[in-house]
Design a protein around this ligand. Structure first.
Ligand SMILES: O=S(=O)(O)c1ccc(O)c(O)c1
Ligand SMILES: [Fe+2]
Length: 337
């Protein structure tokens, strides 16, 4: 097997959205992301800490879905490595030469990975103005940066092994009494995760985690949605996660794409970092204060495209979660209350 590409971090997401103006209100006016470029077809957005062209691309389309996730790799040669690695896995692979793909991004390769998720690997990307201390431009949720992706997949052990083969570490897991794996948080950058794997029917994009610097920004975000009578965009929280220890609120954008405003997780960069393991019956794992998790958080997620923009077929999860009450993990069967 050829060497895996050296992934640096989760870098940007491209979402298909059905109303660019409504999306602009949510992602720019409410979340406070900065517009790097916009035209009638798409918005290119980034957080205040981000020095590269964008971390979120919203593309006008008739159906809402994930176009692709994107990982930045360490060198241009790692784009070639990615092409070889996924070709050997017999995944759909497409080279996207500079200037033919996403605005601002150089030479890239797009694949449908073994989990059925469309993913781009790139190195070269245009730079943007340094906004870290442009406090005059920091607004809304004051999003600093893209932090992670959460994907729903029917076979967590297989997904875990796949991401391990890409060199990802594992910060935390949720496991059953017999150590069956319900969820795993995997990282390349030294924080809790670049990607989280959640058991259930898939492939789906469960959410995009966007980081702010402080928990008061999470609370303020919820207050502003409430003040505007837009509280229906708030799905879960604010609260404190067990896994990751982050403070969070989950929002749904106008198309239902789930966005987590997330802050205060922790460093995972030591070479001997050990995975922290939660039991699926510990009610503090998803919300450290034991608050139940709303059913929609388990049952709803964004469909994903293949490399030609067609929706991917969905496979059912392979773990029976019927014995676990709501607030467990994955997209479990919800027992009537
Ligand atoms: O709900 S969990 O505590 O499992 C959790 C932890 C970290 C996340 O980013 C997340 O979305 C969910
Ligand atoms: Fe998250």
């Amino acid at each position: 097997m050829s060497a895996a590409p050296d992934v640096v971090r989760s870098a940007y997401v491209q979402l298909a959205v059905t109303d660019l103006a409504a999306s602009r209100w949510f992602w720019v006016d409410m979340l406070g992301m900065h517009v790097q470029h916009e035209d009638e077809d798409a918005l290119y957005l980034r957080g205040s800490d981000e020095l590269t062209h964008h971390s979120v691309v919203l593309r006008a389309a008739p159906v809402a879905a994930l176009d692709h996730l994107a990982y930045r790799v360490r060198t241009p040669e790692d784009v070639d490595r990615a092409e070889r690695f996924f070709t050997e896995l017999e995944c759909p692979v497409r080279r996207v030469p500079a200037g033919t793909g996403t605005r601002g991004v150089g030479d890239a390769v797009r694949v449908v990975d073994p989990l059925g998720v469309p993913v781009e690997f790139f190195h070269d990307i245009a730079r943007g103005e340094r906004l870290i201390q442009r406090y005059d431009l920091h607004r809304g949720a004051q999003i600093a940066r893209l932090d992670h992706y959460n994907i729903c997949t029917p076979d967590i052990p297989a997904a875990y092994e796949y991401y391990k083969s890409l060199g990802f570490g594992c910060s935390e897991t949720i496991e059953g009494d017999e150590h069956e794996l319900y969820a795993a948080w995997m990282f390349r950058k030294p924080t809790v995760h670049d990607v989280a794997l959640t058991h259930g029917p898939g492939p789906y994009l469960h959410h995009i985690g966007m980081a702010t610097h402080e928990s008061h920004q999470v609370l303020h975000t919820a207050d502003v949605f409430g003040a505007l009578g837009k509280e229906h965009h708030i799905e879960r929280g604010p609260g404190r996660h067990g896994v990751s220890n982050a403070f969070y609120v989950y929002l749904r954008d106008p198309d239902g794409h789930r966005v987590e405003v997330y802050t205060s997780d922790y460093f995972t960069g030591d070479p001997d970092y050990e995975t922290h393991r939660w039991n699926v019956n510990d009610d503090r794992r998803r919300d450290f204060w034991g608050n139940a998790v709303i059913t929609s958080w388990y049952k709803e997620a964004s469909p994903v495209h293949d490399l030609d923009g067609h929706l991917q077929p969905i496979a059912e999860g392979n773990l029976d979660e019927s014995s676990i009450k709501v607030g467990a993990d994955g997209l479990g069967i919800v027992k009537p209350s």
